[in-house]
Design a protein around this ligand. Structure first.
Ligand code: AHR
Length: 494
């Protein structure tokens, strides 16, 4: 007997536009994310530039919108000059954050080329650990400079006549972290220094979009109060883990992201209204009021006990994929404030794609990423949802059904996303308030045999995840979502 739920869409008060930026990816010089992941010189699977072709095709399958690089914590020691120009002349350095040697054969020039292969925007995070604002400004000039100037000419000499047009620049990464890596743990110091970086970057490129490093509530409050008007995004990092002995224990942490977003949204609203802000201070950097968005620029699932560098290589189950789908529902529900998200990370490190020397595989979590990218519209609609609790040990009464609703502005079609997170039971949901102008057309469903299902490198050809497509006919008032499924129901606007 299925559990019962209901979905009532509010067509009158849309949440707002869904930013394409939520479909981003993040790659850091950590473990086998770059070397041995997207890049492997001399591999029969790589092209002449060392790009792993199999991995590139898999990432392309996600159609990412943004590529964040080169870290993460790695940014805190990164010298961008090490990663430009002829590879034979590049300097090897110890990777002072993650260990080993970084030969810098993949750097700025390659990251931009890679983003172009993927057709994504580029997002670079600058070094606030051992670097300076001046170096950051030089990096912007190297990438985006259009005049006859030193670093822009260096780029041209390195074979890149056209500017890279790097759009997003991250000021700091987890700067509130412990003393070994977070030099600027005091938020006042951070703000003081972040101003220098802001000037260095914005004076080079007034169109640069700035992402300021966020942390806890007190930190965010101060950053927004002092720098709200020049800040395009404030960052949030959200990693979740489960108690592996308890099914569904991942979901309360996944769901918690929505509360964190709402808290930060309130803080943004408090500090960026014209009433409380003296804009004259920022006249050099014109900025729209209320324009700050949240950048969830590290979003991921971090279970203890993986393999490889820092035990960050792990296999994800279908339960993790249901959590991933819920993340997308949350970002759609909070579309008016979430401006971007980059999955941490794309390959091998807590990643949807794993590689060996001879193969690569898409993990379970890859499929919901692809599914939302493929089916979601660009407008988020609100919906009132009643759902039973999961009522399985470990779930702390998390809801069984998680829903988001989108509309495609181009053709007015509607897509209801529903994640049934129950490990065993189907959920029958009454669909209320759907106008007769909408005709159901297709239900797309992602599923696996059970919540423990995994794809592994042992058998890369085997995919435990299935996507089925059901044609729908005639109006209907309820839909039954199978156990542990992700469904997108598409309605045509007639
Ligand atoms: O994604 C792995 C690490 O997690 C990043 O380097 C850091 O920013 C975060 O703590």
């Amino acid at each position: 007997v299925p559990l019962n739920a209901s979905i009532e869409i509010d067509f009158l008060h849309p949440e707002g536009a869904i930013d394409d930026g939520i479909y981003g990816q993040f790659i850091e010089h950590l473990g086998r994310a770059v070397n041995g992941g997207i890049y492997e010189e001399g591999s029969p699977l790589s092209d002449a530039n060392g790009i792993r072709k199999d991995v590139l095709e898999k990432i392309r399958g996600l159609r990412p919108s943004i590529l964040r690089y080169p870290g993460g914590t790695f940014t805190k020691i990164y010298r961008w000059m090490d990663g430009v120009g002829p590879r034979s002349e590049r300097r090897s350095r110890p990777n002072l954050i993650w260990g080993g040697v970084e030969d810098n054969h993949f750097g700025t020039d390659e990251a931009v080329a890679y983003a172009r292969l993927l057709n994504t925007d580029t997002y670079f995070a600058v070094n606030m650990g051992t670097g300076t604002a001046e170096e950051a400004g030089n990096w912007v000039e190297y990438c985006n400079g259009t005049q006859d100037t030193y670093y822009a000419n260096m780029r041209r000499k390195n074979g890149h006549a056209d500017p890279f047009k790097v759009k997003y620049w991250g000021i700091g990464n987890e700067e509130a972290a412990g003393p070994d890596i977070g030099r600027l743990q005091d938020v006042k110091e951070f703000v003081k220094e972040a101003w220098l970086y802001t000037k260095a970057i914005k004076l080079q490129d007034k169109d640069a979009k700035l992402v300021l490093c966020g942390a806890d509530d007190a930190w965010n409050d101060h950053v927004l109060k002092e720098m709200g008007p020049v800040c395009d995004y404030i960052s949030m990092h959200h990693y979740v883990s489960s108690d592996k002995t308890k099914p569904a224990s991942l979901f309360p942490q996944v769901d918690n992201m929505e509360q964190l977003i709402l808290t930060l949204k309130r803080q943004i609203q408090t500090h960026t209204t014209e009433k409380v802000t003296d804009f004259s201070k920022w006249y050099r950097f014109p900025h729209r009021a209320n324009g700050v968005k949240i950048s969830i620029d590290e979003l991921g699932i971090w279970e203890p006990g993986g393999t490889g560098a820092y035990q960050l290589e792990e296999y994800y189950t279908w339960e993790h994929a249901l959590g991933t789908a819920t993340f997308f529902n949350i970002m759609i529900r909070q579309a008016s404030i979430v401006g971007m998200a980059t999955w941490a990370q794309t390959v091998n490190v807590l990643a949807p794609i794993m590689t060996s020397k001879t193969a690569s595989v898409c993990q379970t979590i890859y499929y919901p990423m692809q599914f939302y990218r493929r089916h979601a519209g660009n407008i988020s609609l609100k919906a009132a949802v009643t759902t039973p609790d999961l009522q399985v040990p470990g779930s702390k009464d998390a809801k069984a059904l998680d829903v988001a609703v989108t509309m495609h502005e181009a053709d007015g079609s509607l897509v209801i996303f529903a994640v049934n997170r129950h490990p065993e039971l189907a959920i029958k949901a009454d669909l209320r308030s759907i106008d007769t102008k909408y005709t159901p057309v297709t239900a797309y469903e992602l599923n696996a045999a059970g919540i423990d299902a995994v794809n592994t490198l042992d058998n890369p050809a085997k995919n435990v995840v299935t996507e089925t497509e059901k044609q729908l006919r005639g109006p209907f008032t309820s839909y039954t979502f199978p156990a542990h499924s992700v469904t997108a129901i598409r309605f045509k606007n007639v």
